[in-house]
Design a protein around this ligand. Structure first.
Ligand SMILES: Nc1nc2c(ncn2[C@@H]2O[C@H](COP(=O)(O)OP(=O)(O)OP(=O)(O)O)[C@@H](O)[C@H]2O)c(=O)[nH]1
Ligand SMILES: [Mg+2]
Length: 309
């Protein structure tokens, strides 16, 4: 199975410790920030207000912040019990009965379409994923489906070389026909992992969303639904904007999973809870740096532990 937790000699760090340091800004805003709001035995009304605005600032979203503060008030949670209370609540929010593994079957052609707005980290994530799949002995083909932005194909080409995997690219190609050809190539040449890059889709660019739908339809005509996954990449430093983007993409092309990038430089990791709560979409991958190995399979228990323990 797709295993991000296999230790490599070059990665002799303890994962929970490193995740804790990666998440230090989010821990500061979401956990320590809330605990710092209270002084007495029980949070008073002013302190409850402070807790609410702290949670909103950590990008948990207004509804979720209000709901949590209501529970603290009604259940008369003591200041000293706030941490275990939050741990329990956050953990429950992530219980959305969805696997946090990407769909994958070694004996089939696994296709991943990677979408998201400009600069979210799509191409970088594809490079990291390609490397991981390659290290696990898959035959990987990258598809330069971002035919919109100048130099996008070169950027993917650089990542394909870093990861030592093949790439399918064609100047001025139509991205849907490129996807079509990619699947034919995979069938003929025995690739079992195909990862398709796409252009940054701004919400208001109708044509670009239509193009994504076309790519998706082409893929679904050629493969079964259960070996195809659409991954929406969200910039972890953008907080609640990510939720708005996710709603647009989800509505337009039926996203299966979320990848949150740049968590290493974000205090807005609370967005993961907001997305689970509002869209019931699983976060499956997190990006924790710019290097080829700076990627983790999202693990609910590990994430909660890193935040609270
Ligand atoms: N710190 C950090 N930076 C990241 C991470 N992922 C991506 N980046 C940086 O974010 C910037 C944008 O990444 P790209 O992969 O080019 O984003 P994109 O979504 O492909 O952008 P477009 O092709 O313009 O739509 C680059 O400078 C990356 O190095 C991450 O996990 N952590
Ligand atoms: Mg790109």
């Amino acid at each position: 199975m797709f295993n991000f937790f296999k230790k490599k000699d070059s990665e002799k760090t303890d994962n929970s410790f490193s995740l804790k340091s990666v998440l230090s800004k989010t821990i500061g805003s979401l956990v320590d920030g809330v605990l710092d709001c209270t002084a007495g035995n029980y949070p008073d009304e002013y302190e409850l207000d402070d807790i609410e605005s702290t949670l909103i600032k950590a990008d948990l979203g207004v509804d979720l912040a209000v709901e949590l503060v209501d529970k603290i008030r009604k259940q008369k949670i003591k200041s000293s019990e706030l941490k275990p209370f939050l741990k329990q609540e956050f953990s429950q929010i992530l219980n959305i009965n969805q696997t946090s593994n990407l769909k994958y079957d070694r004996d089939k052609i696994n296709i991943y379409l990677v979408v998201g707005v400009n600069g979210a980290g799509k191409t970088t994530l594809i490079g990291k994923l390609a490397n991981k799949f390659k290290e696990e002995n898959n035959k990987v083909l990258l598809v330069a489906g971002d035919t919109f932005r100048a130099a996008a194909e070169e950027q993917l080409d650089v990542w394909s070389k870093r990861a030592n995997v093949d790439i399918l690219r064609e100047d001025k190609a139509d991205s849907a026909s490129l996807a079509y050809r990619a699947i034919d190539t995979a069938k003929k040449e025995g690739y079992n992992v195909v990862i398709i890059d796409s252009a940054g889709r701004l919400q208001n660019k109708f044509n670009l969303v239509e193009e994504l739908k076309k790519i998706k339809n082409v893929i679904l005509k050629k493969v079964e639904d259960n070996n195809f996954e659409t991954i929406l990449v969200l910039d972890g430093t953008q907080g609640q904007n990510g939720l708005e983007q996710a709603k647009v993409f989800y509505g337009a092309i039926d996203v299966n999973s979320i990848a949150i990038t740049k968590l290493d430089s974000s205090s807005k990791g609370g967005i993961i809870f907001s997305i689970a709560k509002n869209l019931k979409l699983p976060t499956k991958i997190i990006g924790i740096g710019e290097g080829i190995r700076d990627i983790k399979n999202f693990n609910k228990e590990e994430f909660i532990e890193a935040l609270f323990d």
